[in-house]
Design a protein around this ligand. Structure first.
Ligand SMILES: [Zn+2]
Length: 97
């Protein structure tokens, strides 16, 4: 399902906790606008996947690459919305580093 350009999202991406929950839930990052994906390969020593080190590593990687993940809601639940760096920029969304 493609997002309408009229949709509005919080202008600043969520914290690492939002990225961790997102990748734990989705197993990779998928842009809501253009469908670009950021794969999160599993290494031989990722015994806890999708939790633990794998989750933290890929959350940090996506955030440092400029991927936007919707902030968690006040009760800590996930809104599974994510944008690639290009689509985040065209929506004027900010990913703090
Ligand atoms: Zn995109």
């Amino acid at each position: 399902m493609k997002a309408s350009t009229h949709d509005t999202f919080p202008p600043v991406a969520g914290g690492l906790d939002a990225y961790e929950l997102y990748v734990w839930f989705q197993l990779y990052f998928l842009c809501h606008d253009c469908g670009e994906s950021l794969d999160c390969p599993v290494a031989d020593d990722d015994i806890e996947t999708p939790e633990g080190e794998w989750m933290r590593r890929n959350a940090q990687r996506a955030r440092s690459l400029g991927w936007y993940v919707h902030p968690l809601s006040a009760d800590g639940s996930l809104t599974p919305i994510c944008f690639c760096p290009g689509c985040a920029a065209s929506r004027h969304l900010v990913v703090p580093q």
